[in-house]
Design a protein around this ligand. Structure first.
Ligand SMILES: Cc1ncc(COP(=O)(O)O)c(C=O)c1O
Length: 476
């Protein structure tokens, strides 16, 4: 197919040429109601239309949207690919719900995104959580070992699906090929949350993509590493093990009935951007990253964690004895914003740059140098140990999702919570990977990790006010 065309962009432009007068939703009337105050978004809102004649319908595509999704399917080489307007969150929900039935046993990587955990709860399955290796370089949980999955298969016979996150938030990959081969040798589908790897399709030096490795279904947050708008994501069906009609049914149920045209337009553009990204563009991107990373290494006392097995668009930086949260604060005070901070480091995500595009890397370096000229605060020199107690183990929840519905809950002091069963998620955000989930037994390590993150002023989603008061919900 001709990957140079942009069907949704063309359809929207043709529509604009008709000088349309709006008596339809959305209420901003093609941006007409945006007055002087926010004039600069008026032009943008002209593209924010609805399912008018010639503009197709995401839920029943026959025209420009169908063509754009066919181009996406062609580019990734899948059975069928879809635009998502509600993020990878909706992709993960649709992926799990379309494959898993109530009561099924499902093998899941424990350090998955909360959307996977929510999907498991909605599907009322029995999750078998596979605990990952600790990535020694990052000091954080990495991917799962094929050996851990093998162990899970030998302990639990009737597993219906394997759910893996690849790569993790920091761009680290695992031996996904071996995991897929193992699952397929039992004829079990592998569902991959590849939210951070939409660009892996570009090939070397990026890791192999989950689609190429033969995963049965794959979710991509196009908005994370491609030039797509926030919430713009892709869902790929990549094998005959997956029912197209079931997936489409769930996408129809879970996605907005008023899908955003700006998001779809940006998804079409992101596919075009990738499909026309040349070898020279990749080399240029890598050269620019190298120049910046070399510059970072010259800023004392900053240290750079080089990406070995993983995504070269991601790099973590740290300073000995300083928490990532403190480092983040200093960088932000100097106008440099990373993706996230944790106890150890700050994570940067670099852009894919077409040859000749300029990006303010030099200015960023100058600002970072300036940050370090004004002594950065040093923490108490505390060292943070990672939790290795569960490595290579597989655990079901202490109580099932069904039991959770009728078991009473109570609020207790976090300091008294060891051996109790959590009734809520504790989610440091970003990255949105729950430290604790409902139905999980609270250990001393969980308690220590929560206390440490609270001390470090980390952000939590959900019940952060209660956590800050030192209390947590548990099952009675
Ligand atoms: C691994 C992973 N999966 C899924 C998601 C959800 O993606 P979205 O924000 O596109 O809904 C995220 C978001 O950070 C993520 O990190």
């Amino acid at each position: 197919m001709n990957q140079e065309i942009l069907p949704i962009y063309n359809a929207l432009n043709e529509f604009k040429q008709k000088d349309p007068i709006s008596f339809h939703v959305p209420g901003h009337k093609n941006g007409y109601l945006i007055g002087e105050r926010c004039k600069n978004i008026q032009q943008f809102l002209e593209k924010d239309v609805t399912e008018l004649t010639g503009l197709d319908d995401l839920h029943s595509p026959e025209g420009a949207i169908k063509e754009a999704m066919e181009l996406l399917t062609d580019y990734y080489g899948t059975v069928k690919s879809y635009f998502l307007v509600n993020g990878s969150t909706v992709g993960n929900l649709a992926m799990v719900l379309s494959v898993c039935n109530e009561g099924d046993y499902v093998a899941v990587q424990r350090n998955c995104h909360k959307s996977i955990l929510n999907a498991l709860k909605l599907a009322k399955v029995h999750p078998l959580f596979i605990y990952p290796e600790i990535d020694q370089e990052l000091g954080m949980p990495g991917g799962i070992e094929p050996g851990s999955l093998k162990n899970t298969f030998s302990k639990y016979k009737a597993i219906k699906a394997v759910i893996v996150t690849y790569p993790n938030y920091y761009g680290k990959t695992c031996d996904l090929k071996a995991i897929i081969e193992l699952a397929h040798s039992h004829d079990i589908p592998v569902l991959v949350d590849e939210a951070h790897g939409a660009h892996f399709r570009l090939g070397n030096p990026f890791p192999p993509s989950a689609v190429e490795l033969g995963a049965d279904m794959v979710v991509h947050s196009a908005h994370k590493t491609l030039p797509a708008m926030t919430m713009g994501s892709y869902l790929h069906i990549n094998s005959r093990r997956i029912s197209v009609s079931k997936v489409e049914e769930y996408l129809g149920i879970l996605q907005s009935s008023s899908p955003s045209y700006p998001i779809m337009l940006s998804l079409d553009f992101a596919r075009y951007f990738l499909a026309t990204f040349s070898r020279e563009d990749i080399e240029f991107t890598m050269q620019e990253i190298k120049g910046f990373v070399d510059g970072l290494k010259r800023v004392s006392p900053l240290k750079v964690k080089e990406q070995k097995n993983g995504d070269p668009l991601k790099v973590s930086i740290y300073v000995e004895g300083v928490s990532g949260f403190e480092l983040q604060k200093v960088l932000e005070e100097n106008g440099v914003y990373g993706e996230l901070a944790d106890s150890y480091q700050v994570l940067f995500i670099f852009p894919l740059l077409k040859r000749g595009t300029t990006y303010p890397y030099t200015e960023a370096l100058l600002r970072i140098q300036a940050a370090f000229e004004n002594n950065i605060p040093v923490s108490q020199g505390k060292t943070v140990e990672s939790d290795s107690s569960f490595i290579r183990s597989v655990r079901p929840l202490a109580i099932t999702y069904k039991e959770m519905e009728y078991t009473p809950k109570e609020t207790i002091q976090i300091s008294n919570s060891i051996n109790r069963i959590a009734a809520e998620m504790v989610i440091p955000y970003p990255p949105g990977i729950p430290l604790l989930m409902p139905g999980e037994e609270i250990t001393k390590k969980h308690m220590q990790a929560i206390s440490r993150l609270l001390e470090e002023n980390a952000n939590f989603q959900g019940n952060s006010q209660q956590l800050k008061k030192g209390v947590i919900r548990v099952f009675s």
